[in-house]
Design a protein. Structure first.
Length: 525
């Protein structure tokens, strides 16, 4: 018997409207007034207080009247008097479930959560609270589960809350009790995610990224080839014929012009950022850095490695303005075509302090893909990782190079090509406590990954600039339909609206609470 079945076992649920009357007998003279009395209580008029007090005195054995009086005081704003009545009900009618629920709700609003089990039972189970009863009304069950969900959500036991929430969804799928319970459960989930993020940030080791230097220069550079100026006027829908014309330009002067573009993005970063901050951001204007990088990659401009690495030395604001998702999706490809033959230079880059985490991780992506595509270079790349890992082991926090998030991502890359030769260095990294545990688990899990390794597909495709732009253009189409889906309301077969949840963006915080961006965490899980 699973947990849900256990919580519903030992009793039946009825929706018979006469059941409550039989459970707590009501004289006919009062029964015919109940509906009107309930409506009166909901109106919260002060003039109704005397009437309810008189009726409770006339019918002292009917707990429902006292419950209505509590509702009346609550709707009048007399919360303390409403609470007094709740205690009165429980005292005089200890078997009346709604009295207990009212009292538990009072403790919940006062955040006196430890008192709720004193009222509803240590196990928060209906059958254990009333072992002699075999039948409960649907409203009793719904109210009990609602308060239980609120309680478990408040104390952070989301597992128990979710079990009961599933039950509530089954038995009263469109009730106010369910709506309230879901609201508090989701708030508790958000709180749990925030706490996880806080703990993640507390435990993570981050570098202090060097800021991109701001200048007052606004004058664009002069290019040998007029076609390069068009890179500043086109987004990813750029005419492919223009690429063909640019690729046919003389190699040396083309590379010099493209390197100028990269330098210009840094020199005039303040100029472009100010425009963007003032609401003048346009992909047609800000895609020139990406265009230059992909063209350099297409012509395999190994001469430009330092210019490309200089781009990767810039801060997160620079990356966000010019490059965005391209950094994690395609920078490895740019580096593969321009820098794979010079891994020593890339290694030195990994030793540099104050570099943005995802800039360095793109270089690790490159190293991983070299193994995937060029198996003969495996030993070279293993030694490359060994040197980088040892540099972290020999560094201090003051050196501003230790980055636990980066190391977690690098270990994932090593796991991709089953780099078991690096296990000693990896163990030392864990002993030093500088690896992000959320990335690939602790050292036991890493060893298990190695032991269970299967030669699954980790090789990423080497494609041309034209294929890359087709893929990037498809992002915009998908994002459009995603946004349309977010705001649309579809209808099911029975005509009922179906709500769609907002899509998580690649650069949004991952909803799992890890603190990573979605694209570096759960996007592909």
């Amino acid at each position: 018997m699973n947990k849900k079945e256990l919580l519903l076992s030992g009793y039946e649920i009825t929706s018979d409207e006469n059941f409550s009357r039989n459970l707590n007998p009501i004289p006919h003279s009062l029964d015919i007034q109940l509906e009107a009395l309930y409506e009166l209580a909901l109106k919260g008029k002060k003039s109704a207080v005397k009437k309810f007090i008189r009726l409770t005195q006339e019918y002292p054995r009917v707990p429902m009247l006292k419950n209505y009086l509590s509702v009346l005081y609550s709707n009048m704003g007399e919360i303390e008097k409403s609470h007094e009545v709740n205690h009165w009900i429980v005292s005089e009618h200890p078997d009346y479930l709604f009295g207990k629920l009212n009292l538990a709700a009072e403790y919940f609003t006062k955040e006196e959560y430890d008192k709720i089990p004193e009222v509803l039972g240590e196990y928060m189970e209906l059958k254990k609270l009333y072992p002699e009863r075999n039948i409960f009304h649907i409203v009793e069950v719904s109210g009990f589960f609602k308060i239980s969900i609120l309680y478990f959500s408040a104390i952070g036991n989301l597992e128990q809350a979710e079990i009961r929430l599933d039950i509530l969804r089954e038995i009263v799928p469109e009730s106010a009790d369910l709506e309230i319970a879901e609201k508090h459960f989701h708030l508790a989930q958000m709180g749990s995610a925030i706490n996880s993020l806080a703990n993640f940030n507390k435990d993570s080791i981050d570098v202090e990224v060097k800021k991109t230097v701001l200048t007052n220069i606004e004058t664009p550079p002069e290019f040998t080839h007029k076609e390069i100026g068009l890179l500043y006027k086109n987004d990813f829908s750029i005419d492919r014929k223009l690429f063909t014309e640019i690729l046919d330009l003389p190699r040396q002067s083309l590379i010099e012009d493209l390197n100028k573009v990269l330098k210009d993005s840094i020199i005039r970063f303040n100029y472009f950022k100010t425009k963007a901050d003032n609401g003048n951001f346009d992909d047609n204007t800000y895609s020139f850095v990406i265009h230059a990088l992909f063209i350099l990659a297409e012509i395999e401009a190994t001469e430009s490695i330092e210019d490309i690495l200089e781009v990767l030395r810039q801060d997160g604001d620079y990356i966000e303005l010019y490059i965005g998702d391209i950094l994690t999706e395609y920078m490895w490809l740019i580096l593969y075509k321009t820098s794979a033959s010079n891994m020593d230079t890339c290694k030195q880059f990994m030793f540099e302090p104050g570099i943005y985490t995802f800039s360095k991780s793109s270089v690790s992506d490159l190293a991983n893909q070299i193994v995937q595509h060029q198996s003969k270079r495996r030993d070279e790349i293993v030694n490359w990782y060994r040197d980088v890992f040892r540099s972290f082991l020999n560094s201090t926090l003051e050196d501003n190079v230790i980055d636990s998030n980066l190391l977690g991502m690098m270990l994932n890359d090593v796991l991709d090509f089953n780099g078991t030769e690096l296990i000693l260095e990896i163990e030392e990294l864990y002993k030093k406590g500088i690896v992000d545990l959320d990335a690939c688990g602790d050292i036991k899990e890493v060893k298990k990954h190695f032991a269970d390794y299967q030669d699954t597909y980790h090789k990423r495709e080497i494609i041309s600039i034209f294929d890359v732009y087709e893929e990037i253009s498809s992002w915009a189409v998908n994002d459009y339909y995603d946004s349309e889906e977010d705001i649309s309301t579809n209808n099911s077969d029975d005509g009922q609206p179906i709500k769609t949840e907002k899509k998580v963006g690649r650069n949004d915080p991952c909803p799992c609470g890890s603190g990573k961006k979605y694209k570096k965490c759960c996007l592909n899980k």
